[in-house]
Design a protein around this ligand. Structure first.
Ligand code: BGC
Length: 340
C-alpha cells in the first residue's frame, strides 16, 4: 500500500514539475519573442528619427492667422514643395491676426537661427528692423502674400496687390450701370496688402464719376467681422448699392450681413479669393465676381526660391503669382481645374 502511494506521489511530483517547466518555458518564449519584437520596434523608430534630422533645410512659414482657410492653402503649397526637396517646414502664426504676435514669432525664429523665413509682410519699422537683423545673421527672408518694399527682404512672392485692386474696380465699371455707391469691407486697415488693393481700386474708378466710395469698415479677416461690417455700413449709408470685399472671408461675410439688414436689396458684390464657399455663392448668384489669388502657388514658389537662396545671394526679387477676375461663367471651369 505504502509503495503504491509513494509511486503515485512521485508520479504527481514529476507531472507538476513538467507543468511548471512548460509554463516557465512558455513565459520565456513569450518574453523572448516580445524582446525581439519590441527591440525591432525601438530600432525602427530610432531609424525614423534619424532620418528626421537628415532634412536638408529647416524653413519657417509665418501666416497672418494660423487657422485661416486662405493661409492653410499657402501652407499646403509650401508643404508640397518641402516634401519634394527634403525641407523641414514649420508653419506658425498668431491664433488671431495680430501684428505684435506675428513680429514676436519672427524675432523668435531669427534667434532660433533657422535656414530661412517666409512671412507675411507687416506694417511698421519693427518689421523692417527684424528683416535687417535676419539678413545680418544670414537668414534669407521672403515676404509672402504681402510685401514690405522698404525692408531688406530677399524676395516677395505673391499677388500684385495694387493690380488686384484695379481689377476689382474694373469689374464694377464693366458690370454696372448708373450711379454706384460703394461700401468697402477690408481685412484690416493696417495691412499693407489691403491698403495697396484699396489704392488700386481707387485709381481704377477715379475717372468714372458715377462710381464713388461712400464708406469702409474692417472685418479683422473674419467672416463674422465682415457680416458685422456690412450691417453697420448699410445702416450708416443706406445708399450703398455696391459692396467690395478685399480679403478672403469678406465676400462670404458680406452675404451673411446683407441677409440680416437688406435681404431684398439688389447689390452688386465683388469679393476676393476663390475659397469654395465664395465660388458656391457666385454660382448661386449671391456674389457677382471675385478676384482670384493663388495662395498654394505662393507657398510652393516661396519654398523653391528659398532653396535657391541657400546657394546664391539674390536681392530684391519680386515673383508675382496670377490674379484674375472670376464670375458665374467661370465657376465650373474653375472648380474642375480647367480654368487656372
Ligand atoms: C489676403 C491675406 C489675408 C486673407 C484673410 C487674403 O485675401 O491676401 O492677406 O490674410 O485674405 O482671409
Amino acid at each position: 500500500m505504502y509503495i503504491i502511494i509513494k509511486k503515485v506521489g512521485d508520479q504527481l511530483k514529476k507531472s507538476t514539475k513538467r507543468i511548471i517547466y512548460s509554463i516557465g518555458f512558455a513565459i520565456f518564449l513569450v518574453s523572448f519573442i516580445g524582446m525581439i519584437y519590441f527591440g525591432y520596434k525601438t530600432f525602427y523608430i530610432e531609424k525614423e528619427s534619424d532620418s528626421a534630422i537628415e532634412y536638408a533645410y529647416h524653413f519657417v512659414l509665418i501666416a497672418e492667422e494660423i487657422d485661416n482657410e486662405y493661409w492653410r492653402l499657402v501652407e499646403q503649397g509650401a508643404l508640397k514643395a518641402a516634401a519634394e526637396h527634403e525641407v523641414y517646414l514649420e508653419y506658425l502664426g498668431p491664433p488671431k491676426a495680430d501684428n505684435v504676435q506675428l513680429l514676436k514669432l519672427f524675432d523668435r525664429m531669427i534667434s532660433a537661427q533657422v535656414d530661412g523665413i517666409i512671412i507675411q509682410g507687416a506694417e511698421g519699422q519693427k518689421f523692417v528692423d527684424l528683416a535687417f537683423k535676419a539678413i545680418e545673421r544670414r537668414i534669407p527672408i521672403i515676404t509672402v502674400d504681402t510685401d514690405v518694399k522698404s525692408s531688406l527682404r530677399n524676395a516677395y512672392v505673391g499677388t500684385d496687390n495694387y493690380y488686384a485692386g484695379q481689377l476689382a474696380g474694373k469689374t464694377i465699371i464693366e458690370n454696372t450701370i448708373g450711379e454706384q455707391y460703394v461700401g468697402i469691407v477690408m481685412g484690416r486697415f493696417d495691412s499693407i496688402n489691403q491698403q495697396e488693393r484699396l489704392a488700386g481700386f481707387k485709381d481704377a474708378i477715379e475717372a468714372t464719376e458715377r462710381i464713388q466710395i461712400v464708406g469702409r469698415k474692417q472685418s479683422n479677416i473674419t467672416q463674422i467681422g465682415a457680416a458685422q461690417a456690412t450691417y453697420s455700413l448699410l445702416k450708416e449709408f443706406p445708399s450703398i448699392n455696391t459692396l467690395v470685399g478685399t480679403s478672403a472671408l469678406d465676400g462670404i461675410g458680406m452675404v451673411e450681413g446683407l441677409r440680416e439688414i437688406a435681404p431684398n436689396k439688389d447689390i452688386y458684390i465683388t469679393a476676393f479669393d476663390v475659397l469654395p464657399e465664395t465660388l458656391k455663392l457666385i454660382q448661386e448668384g449671391k456674389i457677382n465676381t471675385t478676384i482670384a489669388q493663388y495662395p498654394a502657388e505662393m507657398g510652393y514658389e516661396a519654398i523653391k526660391l528659398m532653396i535657391d537662396f541657400q546657394q546664391h545671394d539674390v536681392l530684391n526679387k519680386e515673383v508675382f503669382t496670377q490674379t484674375k477676375i472670376v464670375d458665374q461663367n467661370d465657376v465650373n471651369r474653375f472648380r474642375t481645374g480647367e480654368l487656372k
